[in-house]
Design a protein around this ligand. Structure first.
Ligand code: NI
Length: 255
């Protein structure tokens, strides 16, 4: 059994066939899926999808590319959403200096507020970091998001950064891009302790081989899991078993 700990089922590309996407995931032994909000509206949609499908859970948050106009009222709305029984994490939150759709200071402010909220309410965090390594490291040191647990999703960075993230009590996850030909970062996959790893698709993005170029979906998680198994010299069953147990304990999933 697998758990897809990060996807975006509320995005347009799932509008026409969401029930079959979730059915195909089940057929591929994906027994739980966490769909991640990226702003207030997207978080509302994530909750509504989780209400419709028993295997789907929701995370609520404001993505760093969508935070330029975030107000304290928005933070309060996210806080209220945490009382919903299918909400299991605060995310997606973080820093994104690649797209830079919000000023750095604003990204840092919103990220800090949402980490504080998660810690206060004892929810794990789902962190996005793109081309903001040194500011992210400084913030991790200062804010200690790992106090209530969390994950650095779609991990990119070097082995020193990986160590730091693990020391701060965060899990890490890799996406389908580790299956690409000449994939970078496979040394990080082998360095990362399996008991600190989660599985994710980040669908509809980052589709693994052999479906690269098409829309990604939770049922494709097996391709990434197989690559992790091969890279770490473990059986696929072992990877499934350990990452599932990691995800269940981090997100307190009752499945
Ligand atoms: Ni995401």
């Amino acid at each position: 059994m697998f758990i897809d700990t990060h996807c975006h089922l509320d995005f347009d590309s799932f509008d026409d066939d969401l029930p079959s996407v979730i059915q195909r995931a089940l057929e591929n032994q994906v027994s739980a899926i966490i769909t991640i909000g990226t702003d207030i509206k997207s978080s509302e949609r994530a909750i509504s999808i989780a209400e419709q499908f028993s295997t789907v859970f929701a995370a609520v948050g404001i993505h760093p590319t969508d935070c330029q106009h975030t107000t304290s009222d928005d933070i309060k709305i996210i806080e209220d959403m945490l009382s919903h029984q299918k909400v299991v994490a605060v995310g997606e939150i973080g820093l994104d200096y690649y797209h830079m759709r919000a000023e750095k200071e604003k990204q840092i402010q919103v990220f800090s507020q949402l980490v504080a909220l998660a810690k206060d309410k004892h929810f794990p965090v789902i962190i996005h970091n793109r081309e903001a390594h040194s500011d992210m490291l400084a913030l991790l040191d200062k804010l200690k998001p790992g106090a209530s647990g969390g994950v650095m999703h779609s991990f990119s960075g070097d082995s020193e950064y990986l160590q730091k993230v693990i020391e701060l009590n965060l899990f890490i996850s890799f996406t389908g891009n580790i299956t690409f030909k000449n994939a970078k970062g496979l040394d990080l996959v082998s360095d990362a302790p399996i008991d600190k790893m989660l599985l994710e698709t980040d669908s509809p993005f980052l589709t693994p081989m052999p479906f690269r170029g098409k829309r990604n979906e939770p049922g494709f998680i097996t391709y990434t899991a197989r690559k992790i198994a091969e890279t770490k010299n473990l059986s696929l069953e072992k990877v499934a078993q350990i990452t599932t147990s990691n995800a269940k304990s981090l997100f307190k999933l009752q499945i």
